[in-house]
Design a protein around this ligand. Structure first.
Ligand code: NAI
Length: 256
């Protein structure tokens, strides 16, 4: 039995990394999927990578824009008629620097994508789900939403804010049978982590990666599929009694 049979899933930041791998898993579990990302060419590459299946819609949009948000929700509804699962995943890492040296423009951009973008997504998707009397939202936070670490204060701030957003939204919509949870990965092998590794020590990203992996109790980075498997659980009816919760998927990192 496919776990997302007859469901429609909307994934932001879906053209790469964790979002793309989650789309692949969702499609294999019977969902129809909308991928939202910034650029048409990246979305075309992603669609090809997924085998251009029926039941895949791609929409170029910036999640931090009110107009774009309205449009990606409206186009999903026009095409598929409903939204059962919302993976609120798009995010950026910001710059690596001590808090005192961070540029306020960079802080604003990280908050615009990671917090405002997640908030806008909820604003436009939740009314659809409460109207349906069912739905599951998975907000992408991070281990950086549970713990502090040096030199990435804007990112840490934004990912902690996603926890507040998750709890606030979960309580508001629970009576409508809509669930909202957050996931908290430790470093995962994607473009974002490669950029952070280089930011921490330019030209020596591989060494940074090795050092970081050693801080993870299971001794390795996560793979996108490790995260997608948790997102699938939270998207499916297997998690029907779970809402407002924060799920580490971190090789044990949050336990230490
Ligand atoms: P990625 O960089 O591979 O993918 C992120 C995708 O989001 C890209 O395709 C990018 O174009 C898209 N995106 C960025 N800004 C956008 C915007 N304004 N509107 C629409 N799309 C936008 O990164 P990854 O690793 O797959 O990250 C996905 C999420 O997972 C992010 O929220 C990130 O903060 C979070 N995360 C990642 C971890 C990691 O180690 N890679 C660890 C913990 C959380």
């Amino acid at each position: 039995m496919k776990r997302l049979k007859d469901k429609v899933a909307l994934i932001t930041g879906g053209a790469a990394g964790i979002g793309l791998e989650t789309a692949r898993l969702f499609l294999s579990e019977g969902a129809r999927v909308t991928l939202v990302d910034l650029h048409d060419d990246d979305l075309s590459d992603a669609a090809r990578d997924l085998g251009s299946p029926d039941g895949l819609l791609t929409i170029a949009a910036d999640v931090s824009s009110v107009e774009d948000c309205k449009r990606y929700v409206a186009q999903t509804l026009e095409t598929f008629g409903r939204i059962d699962v919302f993976f609120n995943n798009a995010g950026i890492e910001g710059k690596v620097a001590p808090l005192a040296d961070q540029k306020i423009e960079d802080f604003d951009r990280v908050m615009a994508v990671n917090v405002r973008g997640a908030f806008l997504g909820l604003q436009h998707v939740l009314p659809v789900m409460t109207g349906q009397k069912c739905g599951s939202v998975i907000n992408m936070s991070s281990i950086a939403g549970l713990k502090g670490s040096p030199n990435v204060a804007p990112y840490i701030t934004s990912k902690h804010a996603v926890v507040g957003l998750t709890r606030a939204a979960a309580i508001e919509v629970a009576r409508h049978n809509v669930r909202v949870n957050s996931v908290h990965p430790s470093p995962v092998n994607t473009r974002m982590m490669r950029s952070l590794e280089e930011g921490f020590n330019p030209g020596r990203g591989d060494e940074v990666k090795q050092q970081l992996a050693e801080t993870i109790p299971l001794g390795r980075y996560g793979e996108s599929l490790d995260i997608a498997n948790l997102v699938l659980f939270l998207a499916s009816d297997d998690s029907a009694f779970i809402t407002g919760a924060q799920y580490p998927v971190d090789g044990g990192m949050a336990a230490g």
